[in-house]
Design a protein around this ligand. Structure first.
Ligand code: 2AM
Ligand code: CA
Ligand code: CA
Ligand code: CA
Length: 262
């Protein structure tokens, strides 16, 4: 990318500060009555007024910072990324909206910057624990101020694997095979919190179908710690589309591809 280390650090600090501020607003507003609507005729697909206001607030600030950039965001009319040329920002204003509404925890706010298709900077705010995971390939990955270590290369039989519960339940083969072969499996309900588990090495792999804004930040941060982020056929992910993505250590990645082929 075309940004110097000094520029990257400036952007990192700026956006980290905004997410700290937004996170505080969200925690303070947790008792408020939310308007909750469903989307696409699916009773599990929720959106609240906070999804919309968080997105508007973040886009407002990001456009001020980087006016020439492209923006991709879940709510509204920025859902279809058209190009990865130049600066592209991805925003998921609440990831895990169902968790947010019903559990009031295990949701995240995610932002990522790609430059000419290159994963460059990202943020996952784990709002309720006041943790902001941030950084990228040039800066390293931090939980607040603390730098995170590179991933230990665990194998599948030592792996706690995070799966999409719906896809496992519907019997899709790769999900079933991973559930069978892994040390244990988990269903979290938030892509962002699933990525945090990987960054903290509390989990070793994650398999799910993800939209660009679900994947963008977690990809930057997990790749920076040494995880493989690939489609199940081994091909690179396409940030313009939804992908079924496996995020895993090198060993688990190779074993999974072999297990699925057998
Ligand atoms: P969201 O809360 O931002 O929509 C839940 O398993 C995870 O999948 C969450 O990260 C959720 O993100 C995401 N997801 C993507 N598409 C979804 C859909 N149609 N319904 C529910 N969750 C979806
Ligand atoms: Ca959603
Ligand atoms: Ca999401
Ligand atoms: Ca969302």
């Amino acid at each position: 990318n075309n940004l110097s280390e000094r520029q990257l650090k400036t952007i990192d600090n700026q956006v980290t500060g905004w997410l700290a501020e937004l996170g505080q607003q969200v925690r303070q507003g947790l008792g408020a009555n939310r308007s909750v609507q469903t989307k696409e005729g699916d009773f599990r697909n929720l959106v609240t007024d906070l999804d919309k206001s968080n997105q508007a607030w973040l886009l407002d600030h990001l456009r001020n910072l980087d006016s020439q950039a492209h923006f991709v965001a879940e709510e509204g009319d920025l859902k279809r990324p058209e190009t990865m040329v130049g600066h592209v920002w991805f925003v998921d204003p609440i990831d895990g909206t169902l968790n947010f509404v019903h559990e009031k925890t295990d949701f995240a706010i995610m932002v990522a910057l790609y430059v000419d298709g290159q994963p460059t900077l990202a943020w996952i705010a784990k709002v309720m624990s006041e943790e902001i995971y941030h950084g990228g390939p040039d800066l390293g990955v931090f939980c607040n101020e603390q730098k995170l270590p590179a991933v230990v290369d665990r194998s599948l039989d030592q792996a706690i694997v995070i799966l999409s519960g719906r896809r496992l339940l519907s019997g899709e083969k790769p999900y079933r095979l991973l559930a069978e072969k892994a040390l244990a499996f988990r269903v979290i309900g938030s892509a962002g919190i699933s990525f945090v588990r990987l960054l903290q090495q509390q989990a070793t792999g994650y398999l799910s179908k993800l939209s660009p804004w679900d994947l963008a930040a977690g990809r930057v941060l997990s790749e920076s710690l040494g995880y493989q982020v690939k489609r199940l056929d081994g091909e690179p992910v396409n940030m313009l589309l939804s992908n079924t993505v496996l995020i895993a250590t090198n060993k688990m990645h190779l074993e999974t591809i072999k297990v699925i082929k057998d």
